[in-house]
Write a protein that binds this ligand. Structure first.
Ligand code: HEC
Length: 203
């Protein structure tokens, strides 16, 4: 069933897969006032643990979906990214949480940060290569979790400063406002995110 997959294609298979997610814990923003007026202590480590376990299949499925659409060249791989990334985010999301990706330099405008993500994104951009996962409580009783994504050599083919011409043509067509080129290796690329309807607690 698996046809010969060239190295090039294998590289492209990783286009949906965020690498370099650190295992370190981030900073906390503890304590939010619950609706009954009491102080609900935000369990940062529970939110991080839950966020990490939710993102694992998201990353895996993104990669698997692309592998499936492989073998037909980089332009095709780009289309798979475009169609499958939001679909998989939708499949992983449930009534109690949603997942996605965002960036300070967007390719797809529909990945724009929601308001709760913006300060975390700003903080991660300021930290650059030292960006770490972060969990925050949200005013509505929910919580957010984010993991940084860093640029690896294999990302450069579609996000670097010397993107091959055939890929440039496809990107220009699909993403006229693409700001996600010109990255260098190791650079902070964006965030995986999880938005919880209610803040996770230790099990
Ligand atoms: C085959 C070309 C290709 C490769 C290689 C590739 N990407 Fe992408 N990337 C895309 C496309 C196309 C999108 C837009 C997907 C969409 O429409 O949601 C995208 C979107 C993203 C996004 C979502 C934010 C945004 O700007 O819309 C992140 C984050 C991202 N890529 C990170 C990476 C990382 C990290 C790597 C290397 C591990 C990588 N990409 C490799 C093509 C690629």
């Amino acid at each position: 069933m698996r046809k010969s997959i060239s190295g090039n294609v294998l590289m492209l298979a990783l286009c949906l897969f965020g690498f370099g997610c650190s295992e370190e814990s981030g900073e906390a923003e503890n304590g939010s006032v619950s609706s009954d007026g009491g102080i609900a202590v935000f369990d940062e480590s529970a939110a991080i643990a839950r966020g990490q376990s939710i993102l694992a299949p998201f990353k895996k499925n993104l990669q698997a979906a692309l592998m499936e659409g492989m073998g037909q060249g980089p332009e095709h791989a780009i289309k798979v990214c475009q169609l499958k990334a939001p679909a998989i985010a939708g499949e992983i999301s449930t009534d109690s949480f949603q997942v996605g990706r965002t960036s300070h330099r967007l390719r797809n405008p529909s990945n724009a940060p929601e308001s709760w993500m913006q300060p975390l994104l700003d903080r991660a951009v300021a930290s650059g290569t030292n960006a770490v996962p972060m969990a925050v409580s949200l005013p509505d009783g929910g919580a957010g979790y984010v993991e940084p994504i860093f640029i690896k050599p294999l990302c450069l083919g579609c996000h670097g400063s010397e993107v091959p011409e055939s890929i440039v043509a496809s990107l220009d067509e699909l993403y006229p406002a693409d700001s996600a080129r010109g990255f260098s290796e190791g650079e902070f690329r964006g965030l995986f995110w999880v938005k919880f309807e209610s803040a996770p607690t230790a099990e």
